[in-house]
Every structure is written in structure tokens, then in C-alpha cells.
Design a protein around this ligand. Structure first.
Ligand SMILES: [Zn+2]
Length: 452
């Protein structure tokens, strides 16, 4: 009798262990099943070369960018190149490419039916024609272009150069500068010295921490000295208001403001602006930025306030910050996934806007908006933007080594009908306002013309 009782207990114990194990497995299966199915050695979904066998990647209009069953890309070569980093290459070298990054969705995996019902159609938020226009506006120069709707988070344009035609990939030799970092999606995965676009952060910090800053008058005679080092402007800017100091992008004023604010406060505002941490874009994490708080009273601290020293910013994070200013301080995360349907066209997944409170006050964003609008009307020139209420800041980031500076241009359209924020980086492009500003003007006008 005693033995039977003991056996019963053992049976119960093993049944309980089995139940717990099964429960854990089912939980992990439900959460991670799609990823397991998308494992590149899974022969139901990938062929022996690791090529996806089912599903289509489409742009927001439904244009097929990649059909995995036939292994074919879009018929237009210019469009294939422009969308290389969004669609991905067959060999999976591009980590941000949908073919690689969203393989679990394309495979059509569901916890009950597995992958038996066929691949899914994955619609990206991108407009392929707009991406092609941005690619062409870059005119072969390396860099990145991004445009997103700051109300819905939908990324309409994401382009990274250099690129190649994924339908006819070139043989790339080590050290071939034409293809330097070609597998890197520079919009999501690169960080650059920001130069003067970083003055938006210093401006935000000054507006919140120096209550009288808007009533101050500043004077620039072309250079100031901090800790024995000269910080110079291209020419003497003379006497200015705070708004004019931003429009003139006066290094002297901004280095002095950073010194007054201190390294710790400057770091806090780089963090509040969302420029230090990666931005999550439909689960893809953008590259982190950097702000090193230099010693108080040092020239390095001054340079960090004008976007030089060790400052690094990712283009996608910068675009998101511009969108945050447009939204009065609320952060709408950019996203790349619009919808997912089954092979038969039934809805299989919906993706919606993610909005959360940011670190900056609404009043700060409102003043930044006015100052960025004045940059365009009084400095860059409204004519290149037609009648669009563009608010912007340029950056010309010194990169050393005798190379031309990186050109930046970022901002947004202040219009409920066209809620677009943007960023353009042209590597070694020279002047931010003319090189990157020119690309931004072309892309924005194409976006608005397309109805965005
Ligand atoms: Zn100056």
C-alpha cells in the first residue's frame, strides 16, 4: 500500500513537471515560433542557399519589391537600387532589409498552422517612387535621406547610399571606395558628427535652463577664446537676438551657451532629445548617438555645444527629434510596417502609431518651431520650398583629415495637411544648407505632390 502511494506521488510529480514544461514550451512557441520558423536553416522556408522561398515585400501602394517564391525584384532597376536597404539582398548581408529582418512575417508562420498556408504579403510604409526620387537627388553621393509622417509614424522615404542593384549584385573587392559600407543602412545604422544641427539641442537646453535667453542680445566678432583655444565663425556675425544666433548658426554664441549650461546639463538635453539611445523602428534599433560631457570651462565643452568634439547623431534619431518638435514635444516613433496579409489577401497583421511623451516642454518646442521657420524665411530662402511652411536647421560638420565636411539638413513641414519631418545627410557634401538642403527641397516637393 505504502509503495502504491509512493508511486502515485511520483506519477503526480512527473505529470506536474511535464505540464510545467509543456506550458513553458507553448508560451515560448507562441512568442518566438515565428522567429524559429524563420531560422535560416529551415528548409521549409529557405532553400539550401538560405534564400527565402515564400512571401512578398511590397511598398505602401502594393508594388512588389521582392517576390520570394520566384526570387525576383521589382522590374525598375533605379527603384531596386533606391530600395536596396529597405528590401534587402537575397544573401542577407543587409540586416535592415525586410527579406532578412521580417523573415518571420514573410514566412506566414502561425502558431496553429505553422507555415502550411503559404507566405504573407508584407506592405512597408515606404513609397517606392519617392525613395527613387530621393536616391536620384543624392546624385551618387554617399549618405542618407529619411522622410516620415510625424502624426502616424509612417516612414515614406528611407534611402542609403552607396547601394547596388540586388537583382545583379556586383563583386565587391576589399577597399573599393565606391562600395564603402554598402551593406550598412546609413539612415538606421550609422552615426555622424552632427555639426550645427546639434545647435537645436543647445537651443532647447538654453530655452529651458536660461530663463532670460530670449531677451538677450549677443555680439560676435568672428572668434571667441575658451581655455586658451579659439572658437571661430566663418565671419563676424555682429549683434544678434537669440533667434538670429541660430539662423546665423553662430559658433561663438553656441559655444558660450554650452559653457554656461555645463556638460551635465548638455548631456541631459541630448538624452531628452532622443539622440543618445537608438530609436526602435518596427523592431529594428537605430544606431546610438554620443555626447561626451567635457570638463566645465574647457574648449571641448564649447565645441560640443556646436555639434563637434565627440558628438555623434544617427540620422533616423535626428528625424524623429524634428518630428518631436513639430508634435509639441510628443514622440511618435517612426515605423516601416504598414500591414500584412495572407497569400489569399486576408488581413494578417496591423501596425499602428506609437506615441509617447518626450522630455521637452511644449513651450520649448513651440519656440524651436518659430526659430526653425525663421531659419528658412530669413536665411536659407523660402523660394526653394515653394509655398511649404518648412522649418529647418542645417549642419556643416567638420570631419578632419582634410576631407570636406558632412552636410546635414533636418526639419519638418509645419502644416497639418502635410505632417512630414525629414533628414538628409550628404557625406563630404560641403555646405549643409546648399548640398543637403537642395536634396530636402526636391524630396519634400515630390512627397507633397504625391499627396503626403
Ligand atoms: Zn558668430
Amino acid at each position: 500500500m505504502k509503495q502504491v502511494k509512493r508511486r502515485t506521488w511520483f506519477c503526480l510529480l512527473f505529470t506536474a513537471l511535464l505540464a510545467v514544461g509543456l506550458g513553458l514550451f507553448l508560451m515560448r512557441y507562441t512568442v518566438h515560433g515565428g522567429e524559429w520558423a524563420a531560422f535560416r536553416a529551415n528548409r521549409h522556408i529557405y532553400d539550401t542557399n538560405g534564400h527565402l522561398l515564400s512571401g512578398t515585400v511590397r511598398d505602401r501602394t502594393g508594388a512588389v519589391l521582392y517576390d520570394a517564391a520566384s526570387g525576383t525584384y521589382h522590374e525598375d532597376a533605379a527603384l531596386r537600387r533606391a530600395l536596396l536597404h529597405a528590401t534587402g539582398d537575397r544573401d542577407g548581408n543587409i540586416a535592415t532589409g525586410a527579406v532578412y529582418a521580417f523573415g518571420d512575417k514573410l514566412s506566414g508562420f502561425t502558431p496553429i498552422l505553422g507555415t502550411t498556408t503559404g507566405g504573407h504579403n508584407l506592405y512597408l510604409t515606404l513609397d517606392a517612387s519617392l525613395c527613387a526620387k530621393a536616391y536620384s537627388a543624392m546624385n551618387g553621393r554617399k549618405g542618407a535621406v529619411g522622410v516620415y509622417n510625424y502624426k502616424t509614424g509612417e516612414v515614406l522615404c528611407m534611402v542609403s547610399l552607396p547601394a547596388f542593384d540586388p537583382a545583379d549584385p556586383p563583386t565587391i573587392r576589399d577597399g573599393d571606395s565606391r562600395y564603402e559600407g554598402v551593406y550598412v543602412n546609413r539612415f538606421l545604422s550609422a552615426s555622424y558628427t552632427p555639426g550645427s544641427v546639434f545647435k537645436l539641442v543647445t537651443t532647447a537646453a538654453a530655452l529651458e535652463q536660461l530663463p532670460d535667453v530670449e531677451s538677450r542680445t549677443f555680439t560676435c566678432d568672428g572668434r571667441i577664446e575658451i581655455d586658451g583655444q579659439a572658437i571661430t565663425c566663418p565671419s563676424a556675425h555682429g549683434t544678434m537676438t537669440f533667434s538670429q544666433a541660430l539662423a546665423n548658426s553662430c559658433n561663438g554664441v553656441y559655444a558660450s551657451l554650452a559653457s554656461e549650461l555645463g556638460g551635465r546639463t548638455m548631456w541631459q538635453y541630448a538624452k531628452k532629445a532622443g539622440l543618445l539611445d537608438g530609436v526602435s523602428v518596427s523592431g529594428l534599433s537605430s544606431a546610438a548617438g554620443n555626447y561626451t560631457a567635457a570638463a566645465d570651462g574647457s574648449a571641448d565643452l564649447g565645441w560640443s555645444g556646436v555639434g563637434q568634439y565627440e558628438d555623434l547623431v544617427n540620422p533616423c534619431a535626428m528625424m524623429t527629434f524634428a518630428g518631436t518638435i513639430a508634435n509639441g514635444g510628443a514622440v511618435v516613433s517612426p515605423r516601416l510596417l504598414l500591414k500584412e496579409t495572407t497569400a489569399g489577401g486576408l488581413p494578417a497583421g496591423r501596425f499602428s502609431a506609437e506615441k509617447h511623451a518626450g522630455g521637452l516642454r511644449a513651450a520649448t518646442c513651440e519656440t524651436l518651431r518659430e526659430m526653425m521657420r525663421a531659419n528658412v524665411t530669413e536665411h536659407y530662402g523660402q523660394s526653394q520650398f515653394g509655398d511649404l511652411a518648412v522649418c529647418a536647421k542645417s549642419g556643416t560638420a567638420e570631419v578632419g583629415g582634410g576631407q570636406r565636411p558632412h552636410a546635414w539638413f533636418t526639419g519638418f513641414i509645419d502644416d497639418e495637411a502635410h505632417p512630414l519631418a525629414f533628414v538628409v545627410v550628404v557625406e563630404n557634401g560641403g555646405s549643409g544648407a546648399s548640398a543637403a538642403g537642395g536634396v530636402a527641397a526636391q524630396v519634400l516637393s515630390a512627397a507633397v505632390e504625391a499627396g503626403y
